[in-house]
Design a protein around this ligand. Structure first.
Ligand SMILES: [Zn+2]
Ligand SMILES: [Zn+2]
Length: 296
């Protein structure tokens, strides 16, 4: 059986998110799809998996809705186990940023830079800065050559770390993220903060890797499903390093501190010697405190 994962989003006004939720639920059930869907008044965000033919039938039917007919659908191979089930939620935002209301990609956002254009920029050594809008742990296993990691663990943290970009405020900026959805708002926020020349990678890293596997984007792409990481073939360079011994690795583990649960990279050897362990000294200490309290 051949499986496929669909990834798509669109910032478009959805007047009745609840109604779309019911419709999506019925449609996903009809085609036996699993995955995660977030619907808001500001737009839609779908990640779904199913048998190849079923996913294609879903796309054909879903895109009949005029609001979504021009949605860019990203496809990748699945194994049928990417998601534990189907979750469809109505939320305030499709990416949780808590930015001021005037930061609205439906009104103003960064210029959509095609993968072909960014590829050309890399080839011609144009003067530009790639800012990775994903979380730090995602950046760890793969990222664009020379790109900046802002050290975030959630999109809403951009407000706190945006000062790190102060010295490149007047430069040509390209924001990147997994599928493009985050950058719609993150690039809009940079414009709101007075950045001059802001572009966002159209279709995200996913689209770039599809077109240019193992080029410019080094390593492997973190995914928000059971696959954890993915690539589109090619002879890729491993850029992830083990948190303990700094050996090259692309394997993720969760921090043993249940309250943290942060993902980090660890090599097979360190894993077999010490188990998953903690993401930081802080996590190790805080758990120790909990244990001590229980002992008392
Ligand atoms: Zn190691
Ligand atoms: Zn931790």
């Amino acid at each position: 059986m051949k499986y496929q994962v669909l990834l798509f989003y669109k910032y478009v006004t959805v007047k009745n998110p609840q109604e779309l939720k019911e419709y999506s639920l019925d449609l996903c059930k009809k085609y036996n799809l699993t995955g995660r869907v977030i619907i808001a008044e500001e737009g839609i965000n779908y990640t779904l998996e199913g048998v190849f033919e079923d996913t294609e039938a879903f796309v054909t039917e879903f895109l009949k809705d005029a609001r979504f007919s021009d949605t860019h659908i990203k496809r990748s191979e699945g194994k049928g186990v990417s998601f534990p089930g189907l979750s469809i939620k109505v939320r305030k935002e499709i990416v949780g940023t808590k930015f001021p209301a005037e930061v609205d990609p439906r009104i103003k956002t960064g210029n959509h830079l095609k993968a072909e254009e960014l590829h050309e920029w890399y080839r011609t050594n144009k003067d530009f800065v790639v800012v990775d809008m994903r979380n730090s742990y995602e950046y760890a296993s793969g990222h664009f050559r020379g790109s900046e990691d802002l050290g975030m663990s959630a999109s809403r943290e951009l407000k706190e770390v945006v000062d790190k970009l102060e010295d490149v405020k007047d430069k040509t900026i390209v924001t990147v993220c997994t599928g493009g959805i985050k950058c719609e708002k993150m690039s809009a926020y940079l414009l709101h903060k007075g950045f001059k020349d802001v572009h966002q990678l159209d279709g995200g890293i996913h689209t770039y890797m599809e077109k240019y596997p193992a080029k410019d984007f080094l390593g492997t792409l973190y995914t928000y499903d059971e696959r954890l990481t993915m690539d589109f073939g090619g002879d890729r360079e491993i850029v992830g390093t083990c948190l303990r011994c700094k050996e090259k690795t692309e394997k993720y583990q969760n921090c043993a501190n249940a309250e943290c649960n942060m993902l980090f990279l660890i090599c097979d050897e360190c894993m077999s010697e010490e188990g998953p362990g903690f993401c930081s000294n802080l996590c190790e200490k805080s758990t120790a405190r909990v244990v001590q309290r229980i002992r008392v």
